[in-house]
Design a protein around this ligand. Structure first.
Ligand SMILES: Cc1cc2nc3c(=O)[nH]c(=O)nc-3n(C[C@H](O)[C@H](O)[C@H](O)COP(=O)(O)OP(=O)(O)OC[C@H]3O[C@@H](n4cnc5c(N)ncnc54)[C@H](O)[C@@H]3O)c2cc1C
Length: 864
C-alpha cells in the first residue's frame, strides 16, 4: 500500500499518476517444498534480519536506504510529509508548470561517485541559468563579475586582470574575516557590499551581516571575467524527469518499505537494529537542551499566461524597497515547453519549515551539545543531512556524505549480520523440531461452519476417515458441538479469506499433502464435492469461482500469498505470479486488525468470566486492543456480544505454547506493536493498569518484559520477580514464561522460530530467551548498557497459581507437570548449549544461590 502511495504522489511531467510496474523479483527459496532443507525455514538470510529505520526520504535518507537495501538489509523509510524527495520535491502545478515546492533546486556536482550513484536511477539534462540583482531601476549582473563592476562604477574594464586590480582598490581589511560583513568588505568593498549584500542578507536572515558568520555569504562567488553564468567548476545537470521521479526509482527496491505521513516516534526504535535520522536533531531529543533555530521561507507561485515572464532565471531584490528576496522563473531551469509560466517569489520567514540552520557561534555550540548527547545516549542512531547535522548542505554534498555514512554503516551492519548468521535455527539440533500442528493427516479441510452446514460437516468427517483434519471457521456467535475432533475458530463477521489468511499460514500446514477449503451449500453431497475437487487440475481450481478450493500442499504458499486479492464472498482467488508477492515478509491486509496490542489469553470454562472482564475493562481503558482467546477445552455457552469483539479458538488437548506457536505466527503478529501473552490465573487481571504497564514497557524499550508478581500470590516461585519498592522497572535477564509476558512485535517475530510445538509448559525457556533476544541484537541495540528484557515493578499482578494449575489437564504428553518440567528444562539446556548461550540453572535459584544473574538495575541507566 505504501508503495502505491508513493506512486500516486504527484510526480513531474508524464510521471504524474503513473503506475510503476512491479519489477521482477529475484527468485525466492520455495518454502513450501516438503523436501526443502528445514534449516532454511523462517530464518531469512542474515542481512535481511537486520532491520534499519531511515527517518526522512530526502537525499540523505534515500541514498542510505538504497545502499543498505542493495546489500540485503531490510529498510523501513518514513517521512512525515506526504511525498518523497525531501526539500527537492517537484510536482506539476495546477497551471501545468513543473515547480519545486520548497524552492528551486539546481543540482551541480564535481564528485564522480555522486554522479555515478545517481545515474543508476536517472538520466540527466544540462542547464545554464543567469541571474540579475534589481536595484533602483537597474538590473545588475549577479554574481558579481567584470560587467557588475562596470555597471555599478560606470567603468569600462576590459580584461579580468584590470578588473582584479580595480577590485583590489575597493577591498577593505584583510586576514580571517570574523563575520559576513568583513568577508564582503574584504572581497568587494563598501559600495558593492551595501548595494548587493547587506540588506539582502538582512532580509534573508533577519540579522545584520556583522552578526553572522562569513560562511553564509561565502557561497556566492565573485568573478573578474564577463561570463554571466552562475556557477563555475561544477557540472550543472538536472534529473531529466525531475527529482521526485528519481527518488521513486531510488526507493523502489524489494528490501525497502516506504511510509509517508509518518512522523518519527521514539517507540518505533525498538523494532529496528539501527536508526538513521535525517530529521532535526533537536526534535529527536524533544528540544531538551533548547531549540536549534532555523530560517524559513514562503514561496508565492505567480502564474503568468505567457511563455516567459522575466528575462532571466533569477532576479534578486537586495534592497529594502521590495519585501521579497528573489523571483525565480522555474521554467528557465527545467526547460519545460509550455505556453504558461510560474514565477516563484521568495519571502524569508522566522516561522515555518526548518530550511536554513542559523550558524551563529551560540547555535553551533548548542548543536555540539546535542551531538555529544546523541553519541553517548544513542550510539545506534546516526544523524545525517541538513537537519541531522544542523548545517546547510547542497544536494551533491548530502549525497556524498550519505554515501560515506553508508560505507561505515555497512561495515558495522555486516559484522552484525555475520553474528546473526551463527544464530540460524537448526531444528536438527533440537529435540523438538517444528512439527505439523494439527496432525499428520493427508488433507486439511477448512470450512466455514453454520447451523445449515453442520450436517454436511458431519457427513464429510464420516466419509473422510482419519486422513483429514478439520478446521472450522465460525463467523457467527453460535456454538456447535460436533461429534468428532476439530478445531474451531470463532471470529464474528470475518470473511472466509480472513480466516484462511490468518490461521492457515503455510509454515503451519506444510505437513499436509493438500489443503481443501470448502464453501458448501445446503444440499451438497460431501463425497461428490471432495472427489470433484481432487480431480480438477490445481490451476483451474485456483482460477475458477467454485465453492471449493483444493490446493496441493507444495502450492499452498503461493495460493496463500495471493489471499488479499481474493473476492471475499465467493472465495475467488485471482492467480498472480509468485514473484509479485514478497513472501513471507509481507503485511496482512488492514482488515486483519488495526490494533496496536494483540492480547492472547488462555481460557477454560472457569476462566471465561475473567476473559469477559478483561476484555471489557481493557477495551474501556484503551480501545486499541485485539483479543484472541485460546480454549483448550470446550467452553460451553459464550456471550454472543462478547464474541463480537474477540476471536475464540478451541482446540482440544493442546496447551499454551502449542497455541502460541500455532496461531501467533509472525506474519500475523508483525502488524502489532506489542503482543501480550497471558495465563488465565491472574487474580487481578481486570483491574490491572494496562495503560501504565504498556507505557513503562515502551518507555524502557523492553523487547520482552513482565509485570512483577505480588508476594501474596500463590504462585511466586521466583522471589526476585517481586516488586521492588520505589522502582518503576528494572532490567533483568530472566523473564518468567508466565503468567503475563509483553513482547514487541519484532522481538516475538525473532523468537517465534525457536519456539517448540511440543512445549506444554515454559520451564527452562525463561532461562534462554532473554539471552537469545540480546544475541539477536534486541534491546542492547539502542544503548549499549541496556538489556533486552525487564520486570515492571510499578504494576505488579497477583498470580493465583497452583490452585488452578492442579485443575488444568495433564500435559499433552500425558505426564505430570513436574516430570514434564524437568524434561523441558533439559531441552532448554540443550537449546542454550547449541546456541552457545549462557544458561542459568533453575535449581540454583531455589536454593538462593547467586547463579541467577540479575542486573538490577543497570547502573548506567536511571529508571524512573
Ligand atoms: C529553498 C532551498 C533551496 C535550495 N536549493 C538548492 C540548490 O539549488 N542546490 C542544492 O544543491 N541544494 C539546494 N538546497 C539544499 C537541499 O535542499 C538540501 O541539500 C537537501 O534537501 C538536503 O537533503 P536532506 O535529505 O538532508 O534533507 P531534506 O531534503 O530536508 O529531507 C529530510 C526529510 O526528513 C523528513 N523529516 C524530518 N523530520 C522528520 C520526522 N521527525 N519524522 C519523519 N520525517 C521527518 C522531512 O519531512 C524531509 O522530507 C536548497 C535548500 C532550500 C531550503
Amino acid at each position: 500500500a505504501d508503495r502505491q502511495l508513493v506512486n500516486r504522489a504527484h510526480g513531474p511531467y508524464e510521471a504524474r499518476n503513473r503506475i510503476v510496474p512491479l519489477r521482477p523479483q529475484p527468485p525466492r527459496p520455495n518454502h513450501m517444498r516438503r523436501d526443502a532443507e528445514p534449516d532454511g525455514d523462517y530464518t531469512a538470510p542474515a542481512p535481511a534480519r537486520v532491520r534499519v529505520l531511515v527517518v526522512g526520504a530526502g537525499f540523505s535518507g534515500a541514498v542510505v536506504a538504497r545502499r543498505l537495501a542493495d546489500a540485503g538489509f531490510r529498510v523501513q523509510v518514513i517521512d512525515r510529509r506526504d511525498h518523497l524527495a525531501g526539500n527537492s520535491y517537484d510536482y506539476v502545478h495546477s497551471s501545468g508548470v513543473v515547480v519545486h515546492k520548497y524552492g528551486p533546486h539546481r543540482f551541480r556536482f564535481s564528485n564522480e561517485r555522486v554522479y555515478e550513484f545517481l545515474s543508476r536511477f536517472t538520466e540527466w539534462k544540462p542547464y545554464d541559468v543567469e541571474a540579475r540583482s534589481y536595484c533602483n531601476g537597474t538590473y545588475y549582473q549577479f554574481p558579481i563579475n567584470r560587467r557588475t563592476f562596470n555597471e555599478v562604477f560606470g567603468l569600462n574594464l576590459t580584461t579580468a586582470e584590470e578588473t582584479r586590480t580595480f577590485a583590489k582598490t575597493l577591498q577593505i581589511g584583510e586576514g580571517d574575516p570574523k563575520n559576513a560583513e568583513e568577508y564582503c568588505l574584504q572581497r568587494c568593498g563598501k559600495r558593492l557590499y551595501e548595494l548587493l549584500y547587506k540588506y539582502y542578507t538582512y532580509k534573508q536572515w533577519h540579522m545584520m551581516p556583522d552578526k553572522l558568520p562569513a560562511a553564509v555569504v561565502g557561497r556566492v562567488p565573485i568573478y573578474y571575467d564577463d561570463n554571466d553564468l552562475y556557477v563555475r567548476g561544477k557540472t550543472q545537470k538536472l534529473p531529466s524527469r525531475g527529482y521526485t521521479w528519481m527518488f521513486e526509482r531510488i526507493l523502489d527496491h524489494p528490501n525497502i518499505a516506504v511510509s509517508l505521513n509518518t512522523p518519527f516516534e521514539h517507540r518505533m526504535m525498538s523494532q529496528f537494529n539501527k536508526v538513521v535520522h535525517t530529521g532535526p536533531i533537536d526534535e529527536f531529543f524533544n528540544l531538551t537542551l533548547g531549540p536549534l533555530p532555523y530560517r524559513s521561507l514562503r514561496w508565492d507561485m505567480i502564474v503568468h499566461e505567457k511563455e516567459y515572464a522575466q528575462k532571466w532565471y533569477k532576479i534578486n531584490y537586495p534592497l529594502m524597497t521590495e519585501p521579497q528576496t528573489r523571483d525565480i522563473e522555474i521554467k528557465r531551469l527545467t526547460g519545460q515547453k509550455i505556453p504558461r509560466t510560474v514565477v516563484l517569489r521568495e519571502y524569508p520567514m522566522d516561522e515555518g519549515e526548518p530550511f536554513y540552520p542559523i550558524p551563529t557561534p551560540a547555535n553551533l555550540e548548542l548543536y555540539e551539545k546535542y551531538k555529544a548527547k546523541a553519541a553517548s545516549e544513542y550510539p545506534d542512531v546516526t544523524f545525517l543531512g541538513r537537519l541531522g547535522e544542523y548545517k546547510y548542505l547542497d544536494m551533491d554534498v548530502c549525497v556524498e556524505k550519505a554515501l560515506k555514512a553508508s560505507d561505515k554503516l555497512l561495515d558495522t551492519l555486516q559484522t552484525r549480520a555475520r553474528q546473526l548468521a551463527q544464530l540460524h535455527y537448526r531444528p536438527s539440533l533440537h529435540r523438538y523440531a517444528i512439527q505439523v500442528p494439527y496432525a499428520n493427516s493427508v488433507t486439511l479441510v477448512a470450512m466455514p461452519l453454520s447451523a445449515a452446514t453442520v450436517p454436511f460437516a458431519t457427513a464429510l468427517a464420516g466419509g473422510c476417515g482419519p486422513a483429514c483434519d478439520f478446521v472450522f471457521f465460525i463467523r457467527d456467535s453460535q456454538n456447535f458441538t460436533l461429534p468428532f475432533k476439530a478445531t474451531y475458530v470463532h471470529s464474528v463477521g470475518q470473511p472466509t479469506a480472513w480466516f484462511v489468511r490468518r490461521f492457515l499460514h503455510p509454515s503451519l500446514v506444510r505437513g499436509y499433502d493438500a489443503i481443501q477449503i470448502l464453501l458448501p451449500e445446503p444440499g451438497d453431497a460431501p463425497d461428490r464435492v471432495l472427489s470433484r475437487a481432487r480431480t480438477l487440475p490445481a490451476k483451474q481450481l485456483l482460477c475458477s469461482p467454485r465453492r471449493f478450493v483444493y490446493v496441493p500442499g507444495p502450492d499452498w504458499g503461493c495460493f496463500w500469498a495471493s489471499m488479499p486479492f481474493i473476492d471475499r464472498q465467493r472465495c475467488k482467488p485471482i492467480c498472480l505470479p509468485m514473484a509479485s508477492h514478497p513472501f513471507p515478509g509481507f503485511h496482512l491486509p488492514a482488515s486483519v486488525s488495526d490494533g496496536h496490542v494483540l492480547v492472547a489469553m488462555l481460557v477454560d470454562q472457569m476462566a471465561l468470566p475473567l476473559a469477559y472482564a478483561v476484555t471489557r475493562a481493557w477495551n474501556a481503558t484503551a480501545p486499541q486492543f485485539d483479543f484472541v482467546f485460546f480454549a483448550f477445552k470446550e467452553v460451553g455457552d459464550v456471550d454472543p456480544e462478547w464474541l463480537r469483539r474477540v476471536t475464540l479458538i478451541t482446540v482440544q488437548d493442546h496447551m499454551k505454547w502449542w497455541y502460541f506457536k500455532r496461531f501467533l505466527v509472525p506474519a500475523v503478529t508483525s502488524r502489532y506493536q506489542s503482543l501480550l501473552l497471558m495465563d488465565s490465573d491472574i487474580a487481578s487481571a481486570p483491574e490491572f493498569p494496562i495503560r501504565r504497564f504498556l507505557h513503562i514497557a515502551n518507555a524502557q524499550r523492553f523487547a520482552l518484559c513482565q509485570p512483577a508478581v505480588r508476594p501474596e500470590g500463590r504462585s511466586t516461585d521466583h522471589p526476585f520477580l517481586h516488586p521492588r519498592r520505589g522502582m518503576s522497572a528494572r532490567w533483568t535477564n530472566y523473564v518468567e514464561c508466565g503468567p503475563m509476558n509483553l513482547w514487541t512485535g519484532h522481538a516475538w517475530a525473532e523468537y517465534w522460530p525457536w519456539l517448540e510445538y511440543n512445549r506444554s509448559i515454559g520451564w527452562g525457556v525463561d532461562f534462554v530467551w532473554c539471552e537469545l533476544l540480546v544475541k539477536m541484537g534486541l534491546g542492547r541495540s539502542l544503548a549499549r548498557t541496556r538489556a533486552a528484557c525487564g520486570v515492571i515493578d510499578e504494576t505488579p499482578i497477583l498470580h493465583a497459581g497452583p490452585a488452578r494449575a492442579r485443575k488444568s489437564p495433564k500435559t499433552r504428553m500425558g505426564q505430570s507437570y513436574r516430570v514434564e518440567g524437568s524434561r523441558q528444562l533439559r531441552s532448554a539446556w540443550h537449546m542454550a548449549r547449541s546456541m552457545r548461550l549462557k544458561f542459568m540453572d533453575y535449581s540454583g535459584l531455589h536454593r538462593g544461590h547467586q547463579r541467577v544473574y540479575l542486573t538490577v538495575p543497570q547502573e548506567a541507566e536511571p529508571l524512573p
